[in-house]
Design a protein around this ligand. Structure first.
Ligand SMILES: NC(=O)c1ccc[n+]([C@@H]2O[C@H](COP(=O)([O-])OP(=O)(O)OC[C@H]3O[C@@H](n4cnc5c(N)ncnc54)[C@H](OP(=O)(O)O)[C@@H]3O)[C@@H](O)[C@H]2O)c1
Length: 318
């Protein structure tokens, strides 16, 4: 059964939404924080929810909480380490095997690391892998499934921190020479926003109008996000303590994701950046068509072994 979702706490009532009819919704990083709250709320609306987590026990707990709290038993669960592109591919294959279409993909999983550069087993800087490369690859791999929906939405959780990474360093995207915690997190979120703008543009150019692509930022929410960075970077610990009074709950942080995933008001909206359930004013200095293309090309190159040909990636051979 589908509820008409009630109003939320924004005084402006911007997040008041009338939701779409039953949808199949995949949410990554639903084992805690904003992803968990997004999954709980969307399950409450009555949709079929596919939750993804990295840790099987944590994800199972959320799975059980959703079923016990709101009685929606139409929940599936998967686990995968999305910082590894080989795992993203396996995860996408499982989704493709099990579902004939998907209506909403929420790219929520994300991470923040310490003051010293770390790489994944596949050799990518960890922040870039989990915040930029996986949303690029997963979105590409699931695009054919999304295109089978009458009206599909891709919602990617970025961050206001895109302004804190400084200028893109195109000859050092993996930050081998220029790593810092703030640069890696900020730039990875700028890049993923740009990638999602590229998806929106390319879909429009191909005349594919049944899939929209938007980016959201949740504001500052108390979650597990900074648990590693606070331990490994003293400045992050100090900033987090000072910032604590201004932080909101994970439930609050999830509002714009939920709104963009199912609100009828967001139907047809594409290529936008939303926060507090409304389009954000963007300073044009953060936008660069040339930059978007460079990051897109970089992602294609980095993910090439795992990509398959689709309408958006005509340049990639099978
Ligand atoms: N909290 C904020 O103030 C804030 C502000 C701006 C943007 N964001 C963004 O919001 C999104 C959700 O973060 P959150 O604040 O809710 O943090 P969180 O509580 O740490 O949740 C992050 C989720 O992503 C999953 N994840 C992390 N690394 C992963 C990996 N390698 N493979 C698979 N899953 C992985 C986590 O799994 P585990 O449970 O196993 O760790 C968890 O489910 C992120 O994209 C974050 O960058 C948050």
């Amino acid at each position: 059964m589908i509820n008409n979702y009630g109003s939320w706490l924004h005084s402006s009532q911007l997040c008041e939404v009338k939701t779409m009819k039953k949808k199949i919704i995949l949410i990554t990083g639903a084992s805690s924080g904003i992803g968990k709250e997004t999954a709980l709320a969307l399950a409450k609306q009555g949709h079929k929810i596919i939750i993804h987590g990295r840790n099987p026990e944590k994800t199972k707990k959320v799975y059980e909480t959703i079923i016990n709290e709101n009685g929606n038993k139409d929940i599936d669960m998967y686990t995968a380490d999305l910082s590894l592109m080989s795992e993203v591919k396996k995860f996408a294959n499982k989704i493709i095997e099990h579902y004939d279409h998907i209506d909403v993909l929420v790219n929520n999983a994300g991470g923040q690391f310490g003051g010293t550069r770390e790489v994944t087993a596949e050799g990518h800087e960890k922040t870039l892998a989990i915040n930029t490369l996986y949303p690029f690859l997963l979105t590409n791999l699931l695009l054919p499934l999304l295109m089978k929906s009458k009206s599909a939405r891709i919602v990617t959780v970025a961050s206001e921190s895109y302004r804190q990474g400084g200028k893109p360093i195109y000859d050092d995207i993996e930050l081998e020479r220029n790593y810092s915690l703030f640069k890696s997190y900020g730039l990875s979120k700028l890049y993923v926003w740009w990638i999602m703008r590229q998806f929106a543009t390319r879909l429009k150019e191909k005349g594919i109008n049944n899939v929209t692509v938007n980016t959201v930022e949740p504001g500052s929410a108390i979650t597990s996000l900074a648990r590693v960075s606070m331990k490994k970077h003293p400045l992050m610990l100090i900033i987090s303590i000072l910032w604590l009074p201004f932080m909101r709950s994970a439930k609050y942080g999830a509002k714009t994701s939920i709104y963009m995933a199912t609100s009828e008001n967001a139907e047809g909206v594409t290529g936008k950046f939303y926060g507090k359930c409304k389009e954000k004013n963007i300073n044009k200095k953060w936008l660069s068509e040339e930059g978007e293309q460079k990051i897109w090309d970089f992602c294609i190159h980095a993910c090439e072994p795992y990509l398959t040909r689709n309408e958006i990636l005509e340049e990639v051979s099978e």
